[in-house]
Write a protein that binds this ligand. Structure first.
Ligand SMILES: *Cc1c(COP(=O)(O)O)cnc(C)c1O
Length: 474
């Protein structure tokens, strides 16, 4: 097990496996076709008493595990949002795994802390974020939003709930839209507010929060003796990538002194594109902001970029010995242990460094633009065929659509039909799409965002869609 030369040989074998995988990836079904328990039942009941050969393990990996994998790096992965990797990112991850450093504080690996600081400054520059923001890499957008909500809670109560708990506090209220990600509600629950204290604001016909309704609700809550403390806006909702109007919401937050968190988990990546920046107008009003390079920006899960204006509110919330209880000499370096929930941290900045340097900022821009153009081509196809209905504005690389032939008007039948189309497509293994419901209507979501997607994959999907419809209905 500790033989370095064997390790070298196995590593070389694995690198060959990895390159072959990418060469052959399109021969795998995008969505795994196994049945529930099919993998579990092939695994032995007992762990091996004695060590096994690498080759045995690899054989079982290929035989048992691989059929149960859904191939997120397949260019015909059009489901959910992408969780892209890329060759530079994988290479960076190999080094992170090899070094195996636990980067909780500066001393435990100075390079990890200082590279993270620099990468977050690079991202700030690339995306034209306010210079006074401070960045840190969290594991996920869910964690980042929880961190924002906890920071809002502590700043609002002058760091009292950390010490005394909630006793004696009146109900504190957060706001988001009806279309906000489920992680917002989860965070409000975990932070101890209770989901009833998350007030969900109605959206307009493009699925964006209506700021007038937000302000009305805040005023109503104040009259009732409740304490509004924060708003979470979505810059790109998960269902349709709808953009909440960031400036009007930001102005409301200013007026009522609320913490303003912007969840731009997916669409935030496009802030590198000057032509998309106007969609984020008002971004600079935020107290905190999150986007996930691990979704669209070619960086292996997990890497979530969290930015905060009031660094002291963040650190005083999470520091083990809180800022306000100690006199400390001004530190020149960051101990990221104090910038979030977990103590231990992987060296996540390394893969981002590899990605940004290998692609270059222009390479990242070009690839996003290509994805957006491919999405446009798919949308053009739908536009030209009256049997399809586009269900939400297309600002990025997601198209929400459904099949609505003239001869069918019953909503239930249309829902069923679209569900059937989606399931048939996924069963072929040639592509993978998922769905949402918009105003109660079953809607297919199509993303063109996998790292290595090309025009041929759009054409392939269009043909698959046409064939599937022909088979099912016509
Ligand atoms: C994907 C997504 C999330 C959750 O991201 P994780 O990093 O998996 O926690 C949160 N908000 C939005 C808008 C998302 O699209």
């Amino acid at each position: 097990m500790n033989d370095i030369e064997k390790f070298r040989a196995h590593a070389h074998d694995l690198v060959n496996w990895m390159a072959d995988y990418f060469k052959e990836i399109e021969s795998y079904p995008v969505k795994s076709q196994v049945k529930p328990r099919e993998i579990y039942s092939q695994l032995p009941a007992d762990p091996p008493a004695e060590g096994e050969d690498f080759q045995n393990i690899m054989d079982d990996f290929n035989r048992i595990i691989m059929p149960g994998m859904t191939h997120w790096q397949h260019p015909s992965f059009h489901a959910y949002f992408n969780a892209n990797n890329s060759f530079p990112s994988i290479l960076g991850e190999m080094l992170t795994a090899t070094l195996g450093s636990q980067c909780m504080i500066w001393d435990t690996s100075p390079a990890a802390a200082e590279l993270e600081e620099k990468i977050m400054e690079w991202l700030k520059q690339m995306m034209v974020l306010p210079n006074e923001w401070h960045g840190v890499i969290q594991d996920t957008a869910s964690t980042s939003t929880l961190v924002a909500i906890l920071s809002a809670r502590e700043r609002f109560t002058n760091f009292q709930i950390n010490i005394n708990g909630f006793s004696g506090q009146s109900d504190m209220i957060f706001y988001c839209s009806e279309e906000a990600h489920s992680s917002v509600e989860k965070a409000v629950k975990i932070a101890g507010f209770g989901s009833k204290n998350l007030h969900k604001i109605k959206v307009d016909s493009s699925f964006a929060m209506i700021p007038e309704k937000l302000e009305k609700q805040i005023q109503k809550d104040i009259t009732l003796g409740l304490q509004p403390i924060g708003v979470i806006a979505a810059a790109g909702t998960t269902s349709t990538l709808a953009m909440d109007p960031l400036r009007p919401i930001g102005n409301i937050c200013k007026k009522y002194e609320l913490w303003y968190h912007i969840d731009a988990a997916y669409a935030g990546n496009t802030l590198v594109l000057p032509e998309k920046q106007s969609l984020f107008d008002g971004l600079e009003l935020a107290d905190s902001f999150v986007f996930n390079p691990h979704k669209w920006m070619f960086t292996n899960f997990d890497a979530s970029a969290y930015f905060v204006r009031d660094k002291n509110a963040l650190i005083s919330t999470f520091e083990i010995l809180p800022e306000y209880l100690k006199t400390r000499s001004v530190s020149e370096t960051n101990n990221y242990r104090d910038w979030g929930i977990q103590l231990g941290r992987r060296f996540r900045a390394l893969k981002l460094w590899f990605v940004i340097r290998s692609y270059g900022v222009n390479g990242i821009k070009d690839t996003f633009r290509k994805h957006i153009a491919l999405t446009g081509q798919f949308k053009d196809f739908l536009d030209q065929d009256s049997r399809f209905e586009i269900m939400a504005p297309v600002d990025f690389n997601l198209v929400c659509f459904r099949y609505t032939p003239e001869k069918i008007s019953d909503e239930k039948t249309i829902d069923k039909l679209n569900e059937q189309i989606l399931e048939s497509i996924n069963k072929t293994g040639k592509a993978y799409v998922t769905h949402t419901r918009l105003n109660g209507k079953y809607t297919i979501r199509f993303i063109a965002g996998q790292t290595r997607i090309e025009k041929a994959h759009i054409d392939k999907f269009i043909n698959l869609l046409k064939d599937t419809i022909e088979e099912i209905v016509e």
